[in-house]
Write a new protein. Structure first.
Length: 72
């Protein structure tokens, strides 16, 4: 049985840009949503995590994703 390997492309500098900030224009809605979520006190939400199961996602990221989804 012949094995097929994935080709290696060493000439590509980056698969993705070094910073996600380079993808978004300055006035993008996602930047506004992140700024708003950073101002919200999420301590009670963070305190409710009890540490069971796999590593949880950051509540700030999840709330920003929720707000962005509703806005779009």
């Amino acid at each position: 049985m012949k094995v097929t390997f994935v080709d290696v492309d060493r000439d590509t500098l980056y698969l993705l840009p070094p910073s996600i900030q380079e993808w978004l224009p300055e006035q993008h809605l996602a930047r506004f949503v992140v700024e708003i979520v950073e101002q919200i006190n999420l301590q009670s939400l963070k305190a409710s995590y009890c540490g069971r199961g796999s590593q949880p996602y950051n509540p700030e990221m999840l709330v920003a994703l929720l707000f962005s989804g509703y806005a779009n």
